[in-house]
Ligand binder design. Sequence first.
Ligand code: AMP
Length: 270
Amino acid sequence: MKILLRNSDLNEALSGVSNLGFVPTMGSLHKGHISLIRKSLISCNKTIVSIFVNPTQFNNRNDFKKYPRNIKKDLKILKNLKVNFVYMPDKNQIYSSTNRVKIHLKKKDKILCAKHRKGHFEGVIDVMTRLTKLVKPSKIFMGEKDFQQLLLVKRFIEKKFKSKIISCKTIRDKNKLALSSRNLHLNKKDLIKAGKITKEIISFKKRLSKKKISKKFILGKKKEIEKNYNINIEYLEMRNYKNLHISNKINNSKIFIAYYLNKIRLIDNF
Ligand code: AMP
């Protein structure tokens, strides 16, 4: 496994590599990341994983500072998986002054996390554009856990580059909670609570009939969960999973949630 810190090393290591699979991450790797990496290892000639906690996608400085970092453990995991390359750039490698990218989201895209985390997706798309330009992968593996991110990055990247975005299923723990590096910030009590909330939404979705479902009905569920678990839900919405328009039918739709547990923001979709 080659560890690459500088763009010049990256260029040299990747020259002549074809059918390259790329898994961009912010580290603190868990089984969700590992499932993406395994998919790349199976379907590509070589696999590169990046670890870069991208400052521009954090709308809160403290959140960036406190984001879990476990480089030693990550490298051990990647070595065991037999990943070919790990790219661990610092900020200067990614944000040199010569490669400015200006990203604008349309008004219709400013929903869900884009509405509540100002500048977040602009930062994500910016860094993904820079990374794709550098790595030039055939395929980029991304998780459905971050569904809105997946759709936006797919739209921007596939328009600009030849790389294809491959979507990968959400990996959950035994309590159904979606794995996330941020779960490391949760105490045992909150982990149990998050598992219960997750199960509650899964069963709520199962019980939804094929009939029309009003916005008010979903709002009622939101209020019920907020009250029962004493939490703050940023959004609980049912949206079409192709265009993310608000939906009133369960067909072709997903339920999206973002909520806070002890100041830790969790997102999921079902
Ligand atoms: P992150 O390190 O959080 O930026 O995530 C890197 C990639 O892993 C993104 O494409 C995420 O959507 C994906 N990912 C994160 N958690 C999971 C999960 N539980 N299941 C599947 N993919 C995930």
